[in-house]
Write a protein that binds this ligand. Structure first.
Ligand SMILES: [Fe+2]
Ligand SMILES: [Fe+2]
Length: 271
């Protein structure tokens, strides 16, 4: 094992401190240092231990909320919820990004990647919107998300949003998509998707639009870069071309998902 001299001397308090040590103390310090380093190396090579389905289930009664609750309804990291800014009278998609989906880093980073990798505008839009509904509700977020946006976006984008949830459970080496470690963490390493997901996957494999949701999964990032500066600005043109903003504002156009937008707008309403 190589010893990083600078790091070793620094760990002892610097050159002056080392000069005060006798030979035996130095030898002992070096031995401890090497033992610690070795432990670190071994730890780094241990594969992460993922929970089992049973372990995840055992956590349910340790929380005052369910994991499927949309993020606007729960406090972050165990804290109480905060007063939220009311939506403007005729809210736009951008208003919802700013006031209800924020910080939206995950979808913005995914859409940024989709743009960099030369995806179609329908796919870039799908990446931008694919997980926004998690603010409202989490189970079956592909279906809920597609329903939320369907009245306003191209059919291919809605298809991609609806089915990215299913394809996340199935690797596709040719497309460059691996089963995510994050799913071992959140579902358990022995998790099997339910039958309706398996059936949906079977349907998608033979569908002419298979690649639409697949490309959302390929651009779906779990390794967030906390320093990446992302904003909605680079996507304004695509939103302008493909998102049919209702003149009454989202929630007030009587569309099939208007009530979902209103729920996002007023999550504190008791009824
Ligand atoms: Fe998702
Ligand atoms: Fe995602």
């Amino acid at each position: 094992m190589e010893v990083d001299r600078r790091a070793f001397i620094a760990s002892l308090g610097g050159v002056a401190a080392v000069n005060l040590m006798d030979h035996e103390a130095k030898a002992e310090a070096l031995e401890h240092y090497m033992e610690d380093k070795l432990d670190e190396m071994v730890a780094a090579q241990q594969p992460e231990k993922f929970p089992t389905v049973a372990e995840i289930e055992a956590q349910i009664e340790t929380r005052p909320y369910r994991r499927g609750t949309g993020s606007v309804f729960t406090g972050q990291r165990g804290q109480n919820v905060k007063i939220i800014e009311p939506m403007p009278d005729k809210p736009t998609l951008q208003d919802f990004f700013r006031l209800r989906f924020a910080p939206a880093n995950h979808v913005l980073q995914s859409a940024t990647r989709a743009m960099k990798t030369g995806m179609s505008e329908e796919i870039i839009l799908a990446c931008l919107l694919h997980d926004c509904v998690l603010s409202l509700i989490k189970p079956d977020h592909g279906w809920w998300g597609a329903q939320l946006f369907e009245p306003y976006i191209p059919e291919k984008s809605a298809f991609a949003i609806r089915y990215h949830q299913t394809l996340r459970f199935y690797a596709d080496d040719d497309a460059g998509y691996e089963y995510p470690d994050q799913y071992y963490r959140i579902f358990g390493h022995d998790y099997q998707p339910p039958q309706y997901i398996a059936d949906t996957y079977k349907m998608l494999k033979n569908h002419k639009w298979y690649m639409e949701p697949r490309l959302v999964t390929v651009n779906d990032l779990y390794a967030f870069d906390p320093n990446a500066k992302v904003s909605i600005e680079p996507f304004e043109d695509i939103i302008g071309r493909h998102f049919k903003q209702p003149k009454e504002g989202l929630g007030y156009d009587n569309s099939s998902s208007a009530h979902m937008w209103r729920t996002l707008a007023r999550p504190d309403n008791p009824l």
